[in-house]
Design a protein around this ligand. Structure first.
Ligand SMILES: NC(=O)c1ccc[n+]([C@@H]2O[C@H](COP(=O)([O-])OP(=O)(O)OC[C@H]3O[C@@H](n4cnc5c(N)ncnc54)[C@H](O)[C@@H]3O)[C@@H](O)[C@H]2O)c1
Length: 338
């Protein structure tokens, strides 16, 4: 069976491509590789790489594909605000394009990588049926794409939405702009855990290998269990308030709990119920926050991760790419004028 992973060069995608290979699938990885090719270097000879954009790739490749995991996007709230129009172009329109073409070219399954941040700010333990409250362009784009792609589902085209909790853990495309990973980095560099104000906000978490496993569970599930379905991806016991999370991270890496505050009070707070994925797909998170914090800390200490790699802070890297792009265009324009 052949699976196309868009965004396969990313934080989750590069782990997911490896898991698919380990489970015996053929893998095609379509990505712009904004963060370079290094994350998939080790498996480059085992997968097919398509360096292209979800907004304009040639759909003919989809004829050879059985399932699509659609992960490509500008991948967090602050990045989404750098250029909201581009965010909607990629995260909403681009992914609707992938889903529509997948159906047209005979792909059987399409799985969207969405996010629990569509719940925004709410009390209670939120299920897939709860009201949505998207507070950023990134979250709004996810709500729009979810709604439109679910309408494409029919007997011959299975569509599933995975609303992932905030992810943590080591990946060769490392992201330190995620709460747990960022806390570990802050401690490693400054001896203090950075905590986003006011620390009372709730968030659910999931390890990068566990969320990858959720995609594979959907791939292998009976159609009637997953078609036109939304699943929250995570586990009930990994909902935690940010201040408590910081304390847990310090304990996990066996360090004194020194911390510093940053930012203005977070407007997002949500606790999520993960019963549906557990009961329907027998999904179980195998990894814990403690393990994740330890593995990231070890990777920093062992030199496997560079704490100053500018690519690891997604918003800063995209800002840099956008500025470089603007500069090139200015030079080209001047060239024309001259
Ligand atoms: N990491 C998390 O905590 C988390 C949580 C919930 C949902 N998600 C979602 O899961 C998906 C993967 O997240 P991630 O953390 O791996 O992000 P990432 O930024 O590491 O990976 C995204 C990949 O998409 C590629 N990409 C971006 N725009 C593209 C385009 N137009 N065409 C082709 N490729 C493009 C990038 O080069 C990158 O490799 C994203 O859709 C993200 O919104 C992530």
């Amino acid at each position: 069976m052949r699976v196309l992973v868009t965004g396969g060069g990313g934080y989750i995608g590069s782990i997911l491509c490896r898991s698919l290979l380990e489970n015996g699938y053929d893998v095609l990885c379509l990505d712009r590789f904004f963060f370079g090719m290094k994350p998939i270097e080790e498996i480059a000879d085992k997968i097919e790489i398509i360096k292209d954009d979800i907004r304009w790739f040639e759909p003919e490749i989809l004829r050879r594909v059985d399932a699509v995991f659609d992960l490509a996007s500008l991948s967090n709230d602050p990045t989404g605000e750098l250029d909201p129009q581009k965010t909607l172009e990629i995260n909403y329109k681009g992914r609707v394009r992938v889903a529509k073409l997948s159906r047209e070219y005979g792909v059987k399954k399409y799985v969207l990588a969405s996010t629990c941040s569509v719940y925004g700010f709410q009390d209670g333990l939120l299920t897939e049926e709860s009201a949505l409250n998207p507070l950023t362009t990134y979250a709004k784009a996810n709500v729009l794409v979810e709604k439109e792609i679910l309408l494409l589902a029919d007997k011959s085209f299975t569509v599933t939405v995975l609303r992932q909790a905030t992810v943590y853990g080591y990946s060769s495309r490392m992201r330190f702009d995620l709460a747990i990973n960022g806390m570990v980095l802050g401690f490693y560099k400054n001896g203090k855990i950075p905590i986003m104000r006011d620390g009372k906000q709730w968030r659910p978490f999931v390890h990068v290998k566990d969320t990858s496993n959720a995609f594979i569970k959907v791939l292998e599930a009976e159609q009637e269990l997953v078609n036109r379905q939304i699943f929250n991806v995570g586990s009930n016991d990994q909902n935690i308030q940010i201040f408590d999370l910081a304390r847990l991270v310090a304990e996990s890496i066996n360090m004194p709990f020194n911390y510093e505050w940053y930012g203005s009070p977070d407007k997002r707070s949500y606790r999520v119920n993960f019963n549906k994925i557990k009961e329907t797909l027998n999904f179980k998170a195998e990894h814990t926050i403690e393990e994740g914090a330890k593995e990231v800390f070890a990777a920093l200490k062992d030199g496997k991760l560079n704490p100053d790699d500018p690519r690891t802070i997604t918003v800063k890297w995209y800002k840099h790419l956008l500025e470089a792009h603007k500069l090139i265009r200015e030079v080209e324009m001047k060239g024309l004028i001259l």
